[in-house]
Structure formats: structure tokens, C-alpha cells
Ligand binder design. Structure first.
Ligand code: IFM
Length: 457
């Protein structure tokens, strides 16, 4: 087997990603806190509760852990409901908390990437219609301006909105996130308002900090057609257009196209400096006449491949390459992998997912696609939305028991630390962490075998 080193470009960003409601604990004033109180919404009737206890300061020890693994960046989000608990009322202490958090990252030589909206809304926003209400666009921009004025001097990288199409479809089409609707028309309207929210946030940020580098985190999925492919291919194209492509294309064309509906948003054109890719799964897509409320379309998981817990797609890290390629060619912007990870409590899949994922990212970089950084999801196990603290949905490099707050490093943390330190993935790491996959992942010829020359007479 040949020894090799997959080296990443100098200055490549290595980090993990988190979000406020999932790690802070003590959030009681947002739509998720209210949703968690409704029976049957969250696995086992759980609530986020103390989560990872970051609000009471435990972020500092977790940042120490990240820094000890040689990470040089961290993606996190600020909680709108803390900063603006009531309409127009700004909580300066909450802003100070986030300023301290940013300073804590900087003190550890970690670049902050700040997300402004990651699934949660203040209750006063939610009660006034959430993102179905067009007023939310202006209210969000106001909040963004406040954050930019207070924190902008110490932050360069900004992510306006996390996974807009996940928010729209989970909350308004599949009913799994608040407000639990199943209404395609509403899902599309929410997506449109999120796009307008992104644009408004972009301008608010640029007015306050012209040097801000602004993007958004877009969740992309890999898709294969159901069988027979000729029958189900149109379903795939529909999902691909609506879920993967429409939002991104609107940023380049100024037109948001869903099915036959086209909404002109010319002001969206070019309102981004970089694009973030959140990537996890591959799904099989097809028509199902029993799903009228989902436009007769169903997503299932292919039966083969790397399988995590039920309910999620096949784990297929190679799909990163294709998603990077599409984003790079369509947007012509730098790309950050703003999330990539796997639900895996016993860490039996994570080292392999890291290796296979980074092999794909490295391959994309070698095609000259401008990937600038990689943020693994996530640093410590946290509150996984509708899955709550379901033990099957643990995404952390470190385990975290929400009762005791005890952190337990997983082996993948060590592997990620070695990768970040070396700015590279090496064959030696592959041999030590996923020896059973080394030959299949990196087939080679035994060139280093001793060559015996015939003896001279
Ligand atoms: O935990 C989530 C995160 O909030 C958004 N992206 C996917 C992650 C894992 O499901």
C-alpha cells in the first residue's frame, strides 16, 4: 500500500458547528421551547432543558476541547429571543454574553462564524405568524443590524440563515418542526420570506460592516430515483429543484422558481460572498399516490450502504463532491462546508464518515473548487430537535450527558484533532482509525516492495 498525504490548502479552516438552542440551555422564550411542551412533539417528551449548559458558561471548557484538537474556527448561532425578548426591546446583557463568547474564541485563535437564524424564533415573532408573516423580514433585518452594531467589529464571517428549505419543509410541509403545518403553499411562502430575510440581513450587515463576508448555510441532499427509474425520475427532478436548487439559483438569477410558480426577487441577485454547504444523506425519491399532501412524492432510504438510525437517509459522504461541484459552478463563490456529520452514539461510523467525507472534499479542492473550510457537526452531543436526546441521534465528537454534563471524548475526536493539526489526512491515520477500510478507500500498488535485481555474474 502506498503512503500518501491528502494536504489541504494553507489557511484552511477547521472547526465544528453548533447552534444556540441546541447547546445553550435555559431558552424559554422561543418557538421551540413552546413546541417542546406539547405532548408527542419530541422524542420521549423531552425538552432541551440545560442542553450543554453553554448559557451558564460551559462553552469555555468546550472551546478548550476544540482548541486542544487544533481547530482554528467555530460556527455558532446567536439566539434572537434572548437578544430581542420582546418586540423592540434589546437585552444588552445577552449581547455582552455573545461578545464574551466571541472573545473566548479569539483568545483560542479560533475564527468565529456567526449564524443569525438557526431554526428558532422569539415567541413574539412566532405568535405574529413567524416567517409566514411578511413583516418578519423587516423585523429580522432590525435584529441583524443590532447584532452587527454590537458584535460586528469582531466577526468577519456571517451566516444569515441556516437551512432555509429544512425550516420551510419540516415546519410547514412535514409538520415535524413548529408550527407543525402540512401545507405546501405555506411552505413555499415561508421559503420566499426567508429568501427576502436573507437579502434584508445582507444589506443590514453590509451597511454596518462593509467588510463583512456574508453567506448562508444550505442543506443539500443526494438523490437517487426509485425503481423503475424512468417512472420516478421526474419526482427526483422536482425534489432536486425545490429542495436543493431553487434557493441557491434565486441568489444568482433573482428568480425563485418552485414547480410552475416563479417569484421575481431581483434584489436577491448576488447578495452573498460565500456559500455554506450542510451535507449528510442520500435518499431514494419516487412517486407515492398515498402522499397527496406531499405532492405525491416520497423520500425513503436506499436499502444498502452505510445506515444510521431509522428515519434518516443513507450516509453517503461521497455526495459531498457532487454538491460542492454544483455549488461552485452555479455560484462562483468560495464554499465552506458549514456542516457534515453523522448520528452515531457508539462512534462506529464517525471515523469512516470523516475519512470518506474529507477524501471527497480534498478531491473537490483538486478540481479547483474553492472550498475554504470544514465545520464538523458537532462538537458535543446536543439537543437534536424532534429527536431530542434520543441516544441514536448523537452527533458529537464528544459525548455529553445532559443530566450530569459529563463530556466523554470519542475516538473520532482524536482523529479529527490529528487531521486539524496536520492540515491533512494521511494514510497512517486511515490505517490506525479505519484499518478495515484502508485498501478499499485508497487502493494502491505495493511500489515500496524491495526490488530484487538478478545477481551479476
Ligand atoms: O442538528 C442539526 C442542525 O441543527 C441542522 N443541520 C442538521 C443537524 C443534524 O441533524
Amino acid at each position: 500500500m502506498v503512503d500518501f498525504t491528502l494536504t489541504f490548502p494553507p489557511g484552511f479552516m477547521w472547526g465544528t458547528a453548533t447552534s444556540a438552542h441546541q447547546v445553550e440551555g435555559g431558552n424559554t422564550n422561543n418557538n421551540w421551547a413552546a413546541w417542546e411542551q406539547q405532548p408527542g412533539r419530541i422524542f420521549g417528551g423531552q425538552r432541551a432543558g440545560r442542553a450543554c449548559d453553554w448559557w451558564r458558561g460551559r462553552y469555555a471548557e468546550d472551546f478548550d476541547r476544540a482548541a486542544a484538537l487544533h481547530q482554528n474556527a467555530h460556527r455558532f448561532s446567536v439566539e434572537w429571543s434572548r437578544i430581542e425578548p420582546e418586540r423592540g426591546k434589546i437585552d444588552r446583557a445577552a449581547l455582552r454574553f455573545y461578545a464574551e463568547m466571541i472573545a473566548a474564541l479569539r483568545a483560542r485563535h479560533m475564527e468565529p462564524l456567526l449564524t443569525l437564524h438557526h431554526f428558532t424564533n422569539p415567541l413574539w415573532i412566532e405568535e405574529d405568524g413567524g416567517w409566514l408573516n411578511p413583516q418578519t423580514v423587516r423585523r429580522f433585518a432590525h435584529f441583524v443590524r443590532v447584532v452587527a452594531e454590537e458584535l460586528g467589529a469582531d466577526v468577519t464571517l456571517w451566516c444569515t440563515i441556516n437551512e432555509p428549505m429544512v425550516y420551510a419543509t419540516q415546519g410547514y410541509l412535514l409538520g415535524r418542526f413548529p408550527p407543525g403545518e402540512r401545507n405546501l403553499g405555506h411552505a413555499l411562502r415561508v421559503a420566499e420570506h426567508l429568501l427576502r430575510g436573507h437579502v434584508a440581513a445582507y444589506h443590514a450587515l453590509k451597511e454596518v460592516r462593509p467588510d463583512a463576508q456574508i453567506g448562508l448555510a444550505k442543506h443539500q441532499i443526494s438523490l437517487v430515483p426509485g425503481r423503475p427509474a424512468w417512472l420516478h425520475q421526474p419526482a427526483l427532478m422536482l425534489v432536486r429543484q425545490m429542495f436543493n436548487r431553487a434557493f441557491i439559483l434565486a441568489l444568482t438569477t433573482g428568480e425563485l422558481r418552485f414547480l410552475r410558480r416563479s417569484i421575481a426577487v431581483p434584489e436577491a441577485r448576488a447578495t452573498f460572498d460565500w456559500v455554506g454547504l450542510n451535507y449528510y444523506y442520500r435518499f431514494r425519491v419516487g412517486f407515492n399516490l398515498l402522499r397527496p399532501r406531499q405532492a405525491f412524492i416520497e423520500q425513503t432510504r436506499p436499502r444498502q450502504g452505510l445506515l444510521g438510525p431509522p428515519g434518516v437517509g443513507e450516509i453517503w459522504p461521497e455526495g459531498l463532491f457532487e454538491q460542492i461541484r454544483w455549488l461552485a459552478e452555479r455560484t462562483d463563490r468560495p464554499i465552506y462546508i458549514t456542516e457534515h456529520g453523522v448520528p452515531d452514539a457508539d462512534d462506529s461510523l464517525r471515523p469512516l464518515v470523516l475519512v470518506r467525507g474529507l477524501r471527497s472534499v480534498w478531491r473537490a479542492i483538486n478540481f479547483n473548487y474553492p472550498v475554504r473550510g470544514y465545520f464538523f457537526w458537532t462538537l458535543v452531543d446536543n439537543f437534536e430537535w424532534a429527536e431530542g436526546y434520543d441516544p441514536r441521534f448523537r452527533f458529537g465528537l464528544f459525548g455529553c450527558d445532559p443530566q450530569t454534563q459529563r463530556r466523554i471524548p470519542r475516538r473520532s475526536a482524536e482523529l479529527y484533532g490529528e487531521i486539524c493539526a496536520a492540515n491533512a489526512l494521511t494514510m497512517d491515520m486511515v490505517r490506525r482509525y479505519v484499518p478495515e477500510h484502508a485498501d478499499a478507500l485508497f487502493p494502491g500498488v505495493p511500489v515500496q516492495r524491495e526490488v530484487r535485481l538478478p545477481a551479476r555474474r
